[in-house]
Design a protein around this ligand. Sequence first.
Ligand SMILES: [Zn+2]
Length: 568
Amino acid sequence: MKYCTNLLFAVLLLPVFVFGQGKKAAKGGDKIDKLKAEAIAAVEANAAQAQQINDMLFSFAELGFQEEESFKYLTTLLEKEGFTVKKGIAGIPTAWIATWGSGKPLIAVGSDIDCIPKASQKPGVAYKDPIVEGAPGHGEGHNSGQALNIVAVLAVKKLMEREKIPGTLMLWPGVAEELVGTKAFYVRDGYFKDVDACIFTHVGNNLGVSWGDNGYNGVVSARFNFEGQAAHAAGAPWRGRSALDAVELMNIGWNFRREHLELTQRSHYVISDGGDQPNVVPSKAAVWYYFRERTYPKIKKLFETGVKIAEGAALMTDTKFTYDILGSAWPVHTNRPIAAAMYDNIKKVGLPTWSDEDQLLARASQLELQAPKMEGLATKLDSMGMPTSSAPVVMMGGQAMTPMGGGSDDIADISWSLPTIVLRYPSNIPGLPGHHWANAISMATPIAHKGIVYGAKAEAMTLLDLLLKPELLKDAWSYYKDEQTKDIKYEPLISPKEQPAIYLNKKIMTEFKPKLEPFYYDSAKYKTYLEQLGIKYPTVRDDQREAVKKAVEKEKSSAAKAGSSRSE
Ligand SMILES: [Zn+2]
């Protein structure tokens, strides 16, 4: 009854209220809409710059912690654009923070820059064809996010200058994301303590955003170093104690234990040191594990189980061991109000128009890699991603699955420190394996370029929302304080003594950098990297072209049949 009276009261007051406030709100809204339209036009006008940055980083193909060329190129570019750049942050030579503007709000915009071992691949070619055999390559598409962020931020910066909009923009890179190696250190060392909101961008195959628990696993990355006794492996093996035996026994122990772990865990290892040569009993050996689980306590417990099994292996082999934490990440949780604002903008931007060439490359690649569906590129926007506790998550590749854990991203450590969202943009091909040469196929082609421009439009619009609507930031912080962190408090998985493992990948890059250098993109000479490499777009084999043609025809005829049976 009380509700009815209140409602009646509200209805009576409504016209006056709306009249008074509505006009003012509409005026402010109109202005923001006009600025958004200008930002979109500025991003479109800068499409060539986005393409150049993207293609340049693609050609550098640098592994985590060794992103030297990417570092030089990006920091030089941002300094030229008027940003103040702090270099080598958190003790990481290839990390930096670039800021422009003054005062509050301080909005951070980030994206990863590192690539994948042995994923070298010529762009635009729908079958395995490396630029340099065995070399690293952008088989995760981390060459694209900075291009997106830079054109979006430059568009907004221009408007802030003209309109005298207060605030500071901060650009930053996810260094060594594949090693979950840096973002927890950025947080620990205070680089995000004054940031009001963070937009992170990651390549995907649709334009989208999620809020809440993203369904990721968190992770501890740790290397176990065993030490035994060397001896002549044939002459006096009884005098040796093999560190490699310990590594093998640890792996056997772990693989037996797997059966008795929760189904949400993911764990995997590589033997990073297996000894030198067979006739010397290995005095040193090492194995590197990723322990992944859904929650902080479970990640800790999984890692502790690993340490216990290492102890057992050392006992059995009469060796000693130490471990090093090489990286870590929490499970990702993203902010609802900012995601909702971003999704509103995404709906206005829509998806790129794909050419027949784009679709042919995508379908031929999907056939080549035996993707679950030969569906081509996305032509319909995803709905906004919901927390995994209430709905199945859409995994990479566009499949809806029950939340059973999966990959990790150390953006999580930032997302647990302040309101953060992750914008995904359609620069990759759906249904590919991930961390694979095939995921590099689209990454310096019109597919990547269009995806970046569309992502940049949505990002620029959302930056304007964050700068011009104080209530959005207020809502973002209430969500962060009153919902996200109400019962769960962030505790880093790294201790104060851990240091970033900046030596990782050094050996591999020392070998491959000289081989990759001749293929660095020369943007002064060539319009695109495809042009420089002399690649016809798209390059598909005759059998691939035939198979795609047949599959598309089959799809069309079954769609027509379904249509006619519905009308009967
Ligand atoms: Zn990634």
